[in-house]
Ligand binder design. Structure first.
Ligand SMILES: Cc1ncc(COP(=O)(O)O)c(C=O)c1O
Length: 451
């Protein structure tokens, strides 16, 4: 699919890098015209490690994880923060999640295997997926994962059978589709009624399935789960979802005599992709969620459940950036200016998939104003292959290092080898040191599975 036509009337904002605000990792700074993150020169790092390169500001990651825990635990004692590893996953981030005391959301056997590989405590794992295979369920139950989020009646029967065969009782959540329309892109909206995820509340289906779950052997209904979507700025959507879930819990108590002990409200807090974006803070999100649960429990005479949230994007996106080298410049008069980089849809599919927006800067000209509107296109054989469409950038020259901010979520985990592109390395930077935490793929890796 081709790119949307360029808006030729768009004017560059003339901002320099440090004026990009919330999209920047917390330790970003400019020294002698170069972008530094974690005290490391991004230009030097790109030249040393090669590009495309994913970089994470470790201090920023640690801060966000700590901030989530503090924001929730200070307001709601019995709460847990579950890192949604689909946002960004490698062994090092799982170690960090473990060290800081968060739980881990995995969506399948592969993510679970990564957690197991670094000895992440299985009891703190929450397993998701709308179609976990029987093999994945065997793996999860065999590993002793803390909670399996059951997504359908068929799965409920499968979990029961597998747990029974192993002689265990598996704690489960039921994922409910609360019918709340979150204010976000339709592809990442999951809580509304037409969704492949969870038990629909229509025609009382979910409510009837709770009864089935309560009567099903080898499983214990520990809690309920919902996730209304992603990149959400409107906090009232979360409050509305809490109301729906609380009504549901009260009805389960009243009609089935069962008090649901845990409530997992999913993830979804939005982040700044553009300099002008003003997402709610982690504190504001915690305040709305915790207050809604407290107040609504009191109104319905419900005991406070253990409360969980499952952030992904808001933990990692702004801590990350991608570095590229400019390889080709092409100006099509009256159409657009292309700056071609050595990556693209293979390392960041979000622009092609959702028309996502990102703020770019030239890391070796970071103190200069972004004076041109350009499209940063990739190197892949698709016309729609772009990382950034129609955004301001400093005047680019061949060999410049471009940094694209906000790529710490749903980029490396959605990466592909399209056109035989080896996937980038992942580097964590902190206190002036750079650590490769995932090495770059090699051509040999690309063929390693071929017989
Ligand atoms: C079940 C579930 N939990 C948590 C998340 C994380 O959402 P976000 O990255 O928007 O915080 C997702 C994302 O799709 C999800 O599907």
């Amino acid at each position: 699919m081709a790119l949307p036509a360029s808006d030729l009337t768009k004017q560059p904002d003339q901002r320099t890098t440090m004026e990009l605000g919330g999209v920047l990792p917390r330790t970003a700074e400019v020294r002698d015209g170069h972008l530094f993150v974690g005290g490391v020169d991004m230009v030097g790092l790109a030249r040393e490690q090669g590009t495309a390169l994913y970089v994470f500001d470790e201090a920023d990651l640690r801060w966000r994880m700590g901030e989530y825990l503090r924001a929730f635990r200070s307001r709601y004692e019995d709460s847990d923060v579950v890192y949604a590893s689909k946002a960004f996953l490698n062994k090092e981030v799982v170690r960090l999640v473990d060290e800081l005391g968060l739980c881990l959301d995995v969506s399948g056997g592969g993510e679970l295997a990564c957690a197991e590989a670094v000895g992440f405590p299985a009891g703190r794992v929450v397993m998701h997926g709308n179609n976990k295979t029987p093999v994945e369920l065997e793996e999860a139950i065999g590993a002793g994962v803390g909670r399996i989020v059951v997504d359908s009646r068929i799965e409920l029967a499968r979990v029961s059978e597998i747990a029974g065969a192993r002689g265990v009782v598996q704690d489960i959540y039921m994922r409910i589709t609360p019918g709340v329309e979150a204010d976000t892109h339709e592809y990442i909206r999951t809580g509304c009624e037409d969704s492949k995820f969870g038990f629909t509340m229509r025609d009382d289906f979910a409510f009837k399935c709770v009864k089935t779950a309560l009567e099903t052997p080898n499983v214990r209904l520990a809690g309920l789960h919902c996730h209304i979507g992603s990149q959400i700025f409107a906090l009232h959507s979360f409050r509305e979802a809490v109301t729906v879930m609380m009504d549901f819990m009260a009805r389960i108590r009243d009609e089935y005599g069962y008090e649901v002990e845990e409530l997992d409200m999913g993830g979804g807090l939005g982040i700044a992709y553009l300099a002008g974006d003003e997402p709610p803070s982690i504190d504001e999100f915690a305040e709305v969620t915790c207050t809604a649960v407290r107040e609504q429990c009191a109104e319905r005479g419900l005991a406070l459940p253990r409360l969980l949230v499952e952030p992904g994007r808001s933990l990692t996106a702004n801590a990350g950036l991608t570095l590229y080298t400019v390889g080709i410049l092409k100006t099509l008069p009256g159409i657009r200016k292309y700056v071609a980089v050595d990556g693209g849809m293979s390392d960041n599919i979000r622009t092609a998939l959702y028309h996502a927006d990102y703020e770019p800067t030239i890391a070796n000209k970071a103190d200069q104003p972004r004076c041109e509107i350009v499209t940063l296109c990739g190197k892949h054989c698709e016309s729609g292959d772009a990382v950034v469409v129609d955004m301001p950038l400093q005047k680019a020259d061949l060999g410049d290092i471009v940094a694209v901010f906000g790529t710490g979520a749903y980029c490396s985990t959605m990466a592909s080898n399209y056109n035989g592109q080896p996937r980038p390395a992942v580097v964590f930077v902190r206190d002036g040191e750079a650590r490769v935490t995932t090495r770059r793929e090699t051509y040999a890796d690309l063929m390693a599975r071929d017989l």
